[in-house]
Design a protein around this ligand. Sequence first.
Ligand SMILES: Nc1ncnc2c1ncn2[C@@H]1O[C@H](COP(=O)(O)OP(=O)(O)OP(=O)(O)O)[C@@H](O)[C@H]1O
Ligand SMILES: [Mg+2]
Length: 589
Amino acid sequence: MYRHYLTTYLRPQAGKVALLALVFLTAIGLELWLPQILANFIDLALAGEPTASLLRVAGLFLLIGLLSQTLTIAETYLATDVGLTATNRLRADLARHTMALDLSFHNARTPGYFIERVDGDVGTMNKFFSRFVVRILGNVILMLGVLILLFGIDWRVGASLTGFTLVTMFILSRISSVGIPYWNAAKEARALYFGFIEERLSGTEDIRANGAVPYVMRRLAELARAYFRKDLKADLIGTTSFGSTIVLFAVGSAVALGLAAWIFQEGTITLGTAYLIFGYTQLLTRPIESIIREIDDLQQAGAAVRRVNELLEAKSTLKDGTQALGEGALAVGFERVSFAYEDAPDDRRPETESVPRPPSSVLTDLTFTLPSHTTLGLLGRTGSGKTTLTRLLFRFYDPQQGTISLNGLPLPDIRFDDVRARVGMVTQDVQLFNASVRDNLTFFDSNISDDRIRFALRELELLEWVEAFPQGLDTLLQAGGEGLSAGEAQLLAFARVFLKDPGLIILDEASSRLDPATERLLERAITRLLAGRTAIIIAHRLGTVQRADRIMILEQGRMVEYGERLALVNDPGSRFAQLLQTGLEQELA
Ligand SMILES: Nc1ncnc2c1ncn2[C@@H]1O[C@H](COP(=O)(O)OP(=O)(O)OP(=O)(O)O)[C@@H](O)[C@H]1O
Ligand SMILES: [Mg+2]
């Protein structure tokens, strides 16, 4: 698993990684050399060497020290460069992948989840990319180097300090793993906190409209407090374990000093060498600490890699097909289709639902065919599954049972790109971006010329309407469609769809009431939009229902009526005729 990430994201930077390793190893070599120079200096001084040669040794010490610092800076720079290059590529890959994931995956997770994956976890992996391999290797080499040199001085020193190293590493690894669950808890609290903020910010209009600000603030305070507490605890435990490290290393220094003094008194070593024992022991503390921290980081990076991996592997639910869809209007077929949203929390269902049904089924055993060039009017109360049916056609989800086909081809066999290109959807509430009208129509595709946009708008008889905006196509729209009514936003979406020239149009009519002017625009635009295409219209207004060739009535996910509109109108026993009598618009609004 790690291998995959290392090869994918580090191999393109192999040169830099090699340079990083070289710099790091050289820095280690210098570090091992420094105490030797100092020991040499002590011995020379004690032997009464002339000042000039002492100065030479001191100069060498300074020079090496300086070089070693420079290398540390270079190493930090390289490591950061390598790490950020790798993680930014991974971020881009993850973001692209996330956008392509099917909607059931998105529905089941909060935006905070995706932010944590794409940014938080990848940030954790940064350390893994930039440091792990080079550092842990380097530190092991440094540690072994020191121990070997100590053995070279005196085997008793080598043996005692090897023992000390092993014991310290054991204790430290124990202590450091104590902190992990606390860090994880803090991270989770953080994800909840940010997920909450994201969700509430995007719902700010509804929250304010319903006077829910105090409740949101209260919940925010609760989440912030939980995050604060957990973070504090994790920090506290981290610091405590750091404190115990200092104690351990003090013990190590005392042991080294004692040993050095003892052996010095035996007369087998010089004072310089005695110092060397102490100096190397000091040098030991860093790799010990680093290795422990590196292993810690590896565990955290491991958890991050697992989570990122889980996200990257989540693609398989909807498989891309291979068949192409031809030009022209599309025929639609449903054969015994049943569908349920997965993991749908039960509380999403309206409580008013009178007949309890198995919690799973949103659409049940749906069979019908819609010839090309036909317009289907889809009717049903709120929650009956109308929008869901259209989502299946767009292949946002695959049904658990049955087959949906376009032009006789099963939907899963058709290439995604073809489905997306040949099926045009105008949703119930159109998402507008904080950008110009032009960008909102083209989705930022600058290849679409203004002439084409104008042509589309003229065809839909919307050109005058758009040109009446303060700056025409350059008028800046607000994200979330503020400033435009739901009906007006749909008018823009018509132009979006028209530019695609699809063979099947799905129109989920805005259920809000329209003013007469917008209604007229809408009627004309729909007429133009539907010409020469197949259409499924979820209608909330009588005017739209009347342009349907066929009518389907859904009730709690089941098709209770399907037929030619005129035939149904003339059959007083049909539900559609009854609906028309009781007032369709009241029933369906
Ligand atoms: N993303 C989703 N995840 C889980 N359940 C969902 C989801 N979307 C809709 N549902 C549920 O599926 C059922 C059908 O919803 P759907 O949106 O298809 O109804 P609708 O007929 O379009 O209603 P309306 O007229 O209000 O738009 C409802 O019970 C709804 O709660
Ligand atoms: Mg709907």
